[in-house]
Structures are given as C-alpha cells and as structure tokens.
Ligand binder design. Sequence first.
Ligand SMILES: Cc1cc2nc3c(=O)[nH]c(=O)nc-3n(C[C@H](O)[C@H](O)[C@H](O)COP(=O)(O)OP(=O)(O)OC[C@H]3O[C@@H](n4cnc5c(N)ncnc54)[C@H](O)[C@@H]3O)c2cc1C
Length: 463
Amino acid sequence: MRPFWLQQALDERPEAICPPLQGDARCQVCIIGGGYTGLWTALMLKRARPDLDVLLIEADLCGAGASGRNGGCALSWSAKYFTLQQLFGAVEASRLVIESERSIGAIGAFCQAEGIECDFRLDGTLYTATNTAQIGSTDAVVAALEQRGLSSFRRLPLQQVQRLAGSQRHLEGWFSPIAATVQPGKLVRGLRRAALAKGVRIHEGTPMTRLEHGAPAQVHTAGGRVRADRVVLGLNAWMARQFPAFERSVAIVSSDMVITEPCPQALADIGLSSGISVLDSRLFVHYYRNTPDGRLMLGKGGNTFAYGGRLPAVFDQPSPYCDLLQRTLAQFFPTLAEVPLAASWNGPSDRSVTGLPFFGRLDGQANVFYGFGYSGSGVGPCHMGGQILCSLALGLDNPWTRSPLVRGPLGRFPPEPIRYLGSLLVRDAIRRKERAEDRGLRPLALDVRLARFAAAAGKADKG
Ligand SMILES: Cc1cc2nc3c(=O)[nH]c(=O)nc-3n(C[C@H](O)[C@H](O)[C@H](O)COP(=O)(O)OP(=O)(O)OC[C@H]3O[C@@H](n4cnc5c(N)ncnc54)[C@H](O)[C@@H]3O)c2cc1C
C-alpha cells in the first residue's frame, strides 16, 4: 500500500521508476536508501563536489519509507535542549539547536531554488497542553533557551492559542515561528528529481542484499554489484534488521495517522487556516496540521512495536488505530466529526535511547558511514544528517565530523524479549496515565514511574 502523501505525489506527477541495477557498477560514493537522509546526502555531496560520481540505490521507490509517509511537521531541536545539553554540553547543544533551526529555513530555500512544490509553509508550531497535568511542561525548556539567548518561543494568550490551533481543547500554548509543514511525499520526490538533475545515478527497486567491506567496498544487489570508494547507509528503521550490531540501538515503533477529505470551510470556521503544526505535551504526542487543499491530518506515535527490529506487515497498511484517531479528531474538532476520512496509515520510526539520531563508521571501517535513529522527528533534522554524512564521506574536518553526534549510538535497549515486553508495559502505563490525566484523575504511582522510562528522550517525538 502506498501511503497517502506518496500516492498523492505520484498521482500529481507520475514519473518513470529509475530502473533497477543490472550488472556491475562503479562509483565514488554509493548511498543506500532513498529517503530524506540518503537524498540530502547525495545532494550535499554534489553541491560540495559537482564532479563526484554518486550512485544511490533504493529497495522500493524513493520515498517509500518514512520520508513519504510522515506528518510533514519540520521542527527544530529546541525542545530537545535539555537532552542535548546533558549529552553534549552547553556549547554543542546551542550549536545544534541553531543548526536545526537553520535547516528548516534551508529546506524551504532549497525547494524554492529547485522548484520543488511541496507545500512548504513556514508558519510555526504550537506546543500546547490538552489536560491540566500537561500545563507548564514546556516552561522549563523555554526558560533554559531564553537564558542562553536561544528561545524563539513566546507564550500566547489562551484565546489566541485556541484560535490558532482551531480547538478549545488546548489549555496553554507556546508558539515558535521557526517550524514548517510540508507535503512529505512531494518533498522526497522533489529531492529525488533534484538529485537526478545534478547527475546522481539512482536505481529504484534495488535492495542491497549484502555489504562487503574493503577498498572499494562492494554493495551486492539481486541483479548486480556496486563497487564504491565510500558507502553511506541511510536505512532508517531497516538498519537494525540488516546490521544486527544495531539491533539494540533503536526500538522500531509506529506513528499512526489519519487525514480527512477536503473541508476548507470547516477549517476556516474554526480558525485553522495557516500551515502551523500543533503538538500537545503527551509522551506520545498528538500532532496535527492542515493542508493547503483544506484537509486535516492528525497523528499519534507510540502504538505498534516491532519485535527484534523485524518490521511487521502492519507498518505498511491502513492504521489499526484509525478508529481511535478518528475519535480523537472529533474530540479536538467537534465540528469536523462528520467529515469523512480520506486515508489512514502508519509507518516505522527508529527510536533511539536518547531520542536523537546518531552517526558513525560501520564496523570501524574508514569508508562506510551510517546515520539513523531520528526517533520520529526527522523531517527537519535529516537535512542536518545529510550535512553530517556528506562531511564524513568527504573526509572533512568540520563541526559536523567533530560533533558527538558521530560517536554512534549512545545507549542500548535491553535484549529481546525484554525490550518488546518492556515497551508494551511502558506504553500501556503511559496510556493509563494519560487517560487518567485527561479525566482529571490522579494516575497510579506505578504508571507514573513506568512512564518515566519513555520520558527520558524528551518532548516532541512523534514515534
Ligand atoms: C508515520 C510517521 C510520521 C512521522 N511524522 C513526522 C513528522 O511529522 N515530523 C518529523 O520530523 N518526523 C516525522 N517522522 C519521522 C521521519 O519521517 C523520519 O525521521 C525520516 O523520514 C527518516 O528519513 P530516512 O531517509 O532516514 O528514512 P526513510 O525515509 O525510511 O528511508 C530509508 C529508505 O531505505 C530503504 N531501504 C531499506 N532497506 C534497504 C536496502 N536493503 N537497500 C536499499 N534501500 C533500502 C527504504 O525502502 C527507505 O526508502 C514520522 C515517521 C513516521 C513513520
């Protein structure tokens, strides 16, 4: 099943598949994975060295993974400031917040320069509370950002919050103008087009079956082989399965979404007319936004977990949580309760222990690089990932290659079956806790304690 956004992008702009690799190929840099990570890396390599011979292989179609099915909310890392500071120190934390904000503008500028029409709207984001227990949960991080001169947030009067967000459910709201929404499928397909135009050779329908280390490294596929001086792996949720060394570095978890049929007048009536994204302060957040053609999309993370990194078929099917999301949508927007849904879907997010992506050299090899672990928040950050992987592949010495982000995974989950069972235990505790809070009740102390296991990775993760 093609997710809504990717299908819409393909319908509006049908393009021939880049033919699968047949036979042997040689290149300077071979990129595996045609999502944002792989494509931004390819584009940045070409920008730095237009003569570089870059070849990208993608198992399915570019955008078939998370990049063609996400919520399209491009957010900065400002809400992750405490995690960044704790792990990397204040200086690097500040640099990364600033870079993550820069990436959002850079994505918009790139799309404009390349004629990529992906509904990029730099209309900001609202972090809200949808029950009294959530009130105040954004205050500390905004205060810390303010202290360091990094804050783009301002608290809005409640009436304005409810108007901007189109819902009376919100009880407070912090607004940052440095956030955008995009049609994610159009963005990833646009990046593919730009990469092709710059001379990147792309083979779709070409899964890597084996990677053989060496100089050159050899990337094996069903129909051929690529010999490459350098290899970049941008495999997201598929990485852990293909490279067992990473099996405990991420937990693969779904984010589920629904989108309505167009209802522009109903959205205008409730005031939800800008491209703003709205996120509440749950551990597995509710997030929503509209589309320029007058639809409403709502998503929620943390539902289905993959055992041992194996992606079950459900990750590529209509969301099993569709009814729940539809009820949530009706609670947020009573006047939209009867608007039919156009689609529901879900997809795999690669949640790391820290909630941050990590990068490095595979098996200590000097010429094989990887990056994943975006934890459900990659639309903006994959642009940083591209800069990191490009810098690593070019052997540069710069703030990206010196960043602690390139030290590989910073923590491991317990082995199976403990991780899977533990994930379900924590997920169910969070659900009970948040259900109680929604009803104004005091949650069980045990549920609060279990929920803390997931809280460590910080706010605004959609996986
Ligand atoms: C439902 C959902 C909602 C989300 N919402 C948001 C959001 O609103 N905001 C946000 O910031 N982030 C969001 N995210 C996260 C974001 O989509 C990801 O972090 C981002 O797309 C990751 O890009 P990527 O290129 O690393 O991975 P992907 O886009 O998954 O690309 C990896 C690619 O590798 C390919 N591949 C796998 N194995 C092989 C192989 N052996 N050989 C060749 N190719 C292979 C796959 O087919 C895939 O295309 C969401 C994620 C999901 C699933």
